[in-house]
Design a protein around this ligand. Structure first.
Ligand SMILES: C[S@@+](CC[C@H](N)C(=O)[O-])C[C@H]1O[C@@H](n2cnc3c(N)ncnc32)[C@H](O)[C@@H]1O
Length: 289
């Protein structure tokens, strides 16, 4: 396959030029709400003091910081992401926490030149955006020592994630689906939802012992109904439809907002909006020899 065929340039540009600002606006939802899915996997993770860990697609770096605490001062963590704007926040938070065993590098995970120095690679929702997932997994494998472990969290299918599926259905009542030439962030949030497909991808990339652990639960998707509605129109499947519809979206904005508000109000708990979500924590291992 040619270099161009596996390039992520279009996707990483989209992350940098379109998504960074939107993520920043909804940091409370993305960090406080969706980190629900990494809470148990990271809490129960067994990793030795002194281990070397990699966090790919680490975003603002909160999981890299959690890993840096787990491996202690004799260990180290490298956080990689294609958006330096995210990493800068991670650097500030690591400094504020007094952590010296953690560094953040802006790079494309699929092509970054690794040495086989890591015991463990982690990712929370950072693996679903590679133009060639097997090439990216193979590259991650090159970063691991023999016997090194991989753990990554991905969304299960759209139908298992009503917090994205229901708003998408509502917006589709007013606007057409995105066309074939829609700008995107990569294969997308549900591209690793199918265990059979991901198991085959991991095997093709040289990993063994793929396992899938399910996490279901309600997540906070808005500190108010108004924020939940803004979040849906900015990010995720509903946001993509709205963005791609351009002028038509502007013309129907009022009706769409009203319909979303009505639905989201049904999910209020103590003033915040909570809806059902579902993820996989996927683990695999590089063969020991
Ligand atoms: C859904 S966000 C998850 C961020 C973070 N792990 C979290 O859970 O808050 C996906 C992240 O993957 C990064 N990303 C996407 N494609 C990438 C690539 N090819 N190389 C490195 N990072 C990438 C994005 O910049 C973004 O920070």
């Amino acid at each position: 396959m040619s270099e161009a065929a596996v390039s992520n340039d279009e996707f990483t540009a989209f992350w940098n030029n379109v998504l960074v600002d939107k993520f920043e606006r909804f940091r409370n939802i993305l960090l406080d709400g969706l980190s629900y899915h990494s809470e148990a996997p990271l809490r129960t993770l067994e990793i030795a003091q002194g281990a070397r860990a990699l966090d790919v697609g680490c975003g603002w770096g909160d999981t890299a910081i959690a890993l840096a605490r787990k491996v202690g001062p004799s260990g180290s963590v490298l956080g990689l992401d294609c958006c330096d704007a995210f990493l800068e926040k991670g650097r500030q938070d690591a400094r504020a926490a007094g952590l010296a065993n953690l560094r953040f590098v802006a790079a494309d995970v699929q092509t970054y030149h690794f040495q086989p120095e890591f015991d463990f690679c982690f990712s929370r929702f950072g693996m679903m955006f590679f133009s060639n997932p097997v090439a990216a997994m193979r590259n991650i494998r090159s970063a691991l020592k023999p016997g090194g472990r991989l753990m990554f969290i991905t969304w299960r299918a759209l139908a298992d994630n009503p917090f994205m599926a229901i708003p998408k259905q509502i917006v589709l009542q007013y606007l057409p689906p995105p066309g074939e030439n829609a700008q995107t962030c990569g294969p997308g949030p549900f591209s690793m939802a199918n265990p059979e497909v991901v198991t085959a991808q991991l095997r093709a990339a040289g990993f063994e012992d793929a396992r899938f652990e399910l996490t279901d639960g309600t997540v906070m998707i808005g500190a108010t109904v108004e924020q939940a509605m803004d979040f849906q129109l900015a990010l995720g499947p509903a946001g993509e439809i709205f963005r791609e519809a351009g002028v038509q979206a502007g013309q129907r904005r009022q009706e769409i907002e009203d319909a979303l508000r009505t639905e989201l109000s049904r999910h209020l708990q103590n003033g915040k909006v909570y809806m059902q979500s579902s993820s996989w924590a996927i683990t695999a291992r590089k063969p020991a020899a």
